[in-house]
Design a protein around this ligand. Sequence first.
Ligand code: GUE
Length: 282
Amino acid sequence: MMAAKLIDGKKISNDIKEELKGKVAELKNKGITPTLAVVLVGKDEASKVYVSHKKKACEYIGIHSLSYEMSEETSEIELLNLINELNNKKDVHGILVQLPLPKGIDEQKVIKAIDPSKDVDGFHPESVGALSIGQVGFVSCTPYGIIELLKRSNIDIEGKECVVIGRSNIVGKPMGMLLLRENGTVTICHSRTKDLKEVTKRADILVAAIGKPKFVTKEFVKDGAVVIDVGIHRVDGKLCGDVDFDDVVEHVSAITPVPGGVGPMTIAMLMSNCVQSAERLG
Ligand SMILES: Nc1nc(=O)c2c([nH]1)NC[C@@H]1CN(c3ccc(C(=O)N[C@@H](CCC(=O)O)C(=O)O)cc3)C=[N+]21
């Protein structure tokens, strides 16, 4: 019974990667090699691991990846110059600047410097704006991956009560816009929300993107709800999410595990955005 309700992000992300392999092969037949520039600034250990996962995914699918590793002491100007260079390179289809950036570098300024046509993270104000008014643009990979998880698990969004906990620019807000685009009824909650549990208990689809380990317990969840866990924390050497999985699992109709849920989807959708970019830019 439990296996049936587990949303397997690992499996679904592998399906997507297989589909993308085919698309990359087609592009290569036309003489186009999808290329992603990956920019890593500083020595954040988690960032190094994530970047290596992204490069590995590129390799698997056939996307060419270019690595730019810059020291912790890199200035904002140096980084902006690199981005400008990559913007002008015809054979670069996607630019990813791994976040967080070292102190002293203005992240928003850096994101804004990326050509929106190469903004495969979907973080540029133009990409965010396009999403909110229903125009074509890159969609932030984590929320985009969550929509794919739901669709490929045959979970309808239309008409459903969708509650998102968290209002970050890269997850909560775009998640709300995407669920709205799929005709969900959307509520975005945050640290100032009154009676949070009362609000989250209305959810048919509950997305937890709070950033606190095992925050969501069964008291937050309606019986039979679908629970999507965006969090990733290392507690006592073990990975866990924003949801107390063991506490809620008996009460839900479907749930994403951590690891193996949303995380792998983020990478799959980054790959998808790269391929899309290569198709558009040629
Ligand atoms: N410009 C930028 N774009 C990002 O997309 C971006 C970023 N900066 N900075 C950091 C966050 C975090 N992020 C994750 C991607 C994959 C997993 C992932 O694959 N997680 C595995 C577990 C990996 C592990 O073992 O640690 C899982 O959940 O199964 C997690 C987190 C992308 N981010």
